[in-house]
Design a protein around this ligand. Structure first.
Ligand code: ATP
Ligand code: MG
Length: 268
């Protein structure tokens, strides 16, 4: 499936696309089994409601939010939420390729950042920048701190000037590494955590309901998977389903146990 069919060409750096574009339909497919948790669900719903009431907000001269920052451990749904927001807003999602954006040559990173923001200003989309802290840490890639300050300044300027119908979404595992001035620019902040009991159960239901089982496995699976991230749970459940499929048998708890010990999740 072509990912670029309906969109103007993405900005390029050294001849390479700086991002991947997903259509709203592609985004929709990815988020069928999302578990957001009550607080984040509320934040997203409010955000989407506001976007849908643009004119009313203009009338009151209250700016609408358009910059979201997500913070939390790996595998808890930050990237997935970017897909979800794009699907809900029926906007294409541009996932920026950080390796194409960050450049060791003077000025090149800043100019790439500008290009990608200019694109988002001109083309309604959800612009998603993962590992956002890497921009705040570009110091490692440069000889001069001065150059680093310039990159951060460019980013601040781009954030300040970001307007129109696009949404900017940034995600990071390392909240502390982010420049404070950048952090302040975001109107919407979402925090992610490892799944609690309720989230885990909901996730297990979403993945197991509808898959043939010869014994109820939900309860035991939920106990076994305690402490896993959503990403780990997903991998283990998929592994267990594969085992059931190749053996032409319904799913049973032993498949999940085997999958767990083969996958070896990093559980604290
Ligand atoms: N909250 C969630 N609900 C449903 N599935 C999830 C959730 N979080 C993660 N997953 C699943 O785990 C995988 C990784 O999720 P995702 O990429 O969103 O994590 P992330 O928080 O962005 O991690 P990282 O910090 O490593 O970028 C995806 O395949 C996704 O389907
Ligand atoms: Mg991610």
């Amino acid at each position: 499936m072509s990912k670029h069919k309906t969109h103007s060409r993405l900005p390029r750096s050294k001849g390479i696309d700086m991002g991947t574009c997903y259509t709203p339909e592609e985004c929709e497919k990815k988020v069928k089994r999302i578990v957001l948790g009550q607080t984040n669900q509320q934040i997203v719903e409010e955000f989407i409601t506001i976007i849908g009431m643009k004119e009313r907000f203009e009338q009151y001269e209250v700016p609408i939010p358009n910059k979201i920052v997500m913070f939390g451990p790996p595998g808890t749904g930050k990237t997935l939420t970017a897909f979800y927001i794009a699907a809900r807003l029926k906007l294409p999602l541009i996932v920026v390729r950080l390796d194409a954006l960050i450049h060791s040559h003077l000025g090149e990173t800043g100019s790439n950042i500008r290009k990608i923001f200019d694109y988002a200003k001109a083309t309604p989309c959800v612009l998603f920048l993962d590992e956002f802290d890497a921009i705040g840490r570009t110091r490692d890639h440069f000889d001069e701190a001065k150059e680093m300050a310039r990159v951060v300044n460019t980013l601040l300027q781009c954030l300040d000037e970001f307007e129109g119908d696009s949404i900017f979404v940034a995600a990071t595992n390392l909240e502390a590494e982010l420049d404070h001035a950048i952090w302040r620019r975001f109107d919407t902040k979402m925090t992610y955590a490892m799944p609690g009991d309720k989230d885990r159960e909901q996730f297990i239901h979403l993945h197991l309901d509808g898959f043939e089982q010869d014994e109820p496995v939900h309860q035991a699976a939920s106990e076994l998977l305690a402490g896993c991230s959503f990403a780990d749970m997903e991998q283990i459940i998929l592994k267990a389903k594969r085992k059931a499929i190749i053996e032409h048998r319904p799913l049973r708890f032993t498949f999940i146990e085997e999958a767990y010990s083969e996958y070896k999740p990093n559980v604290q």
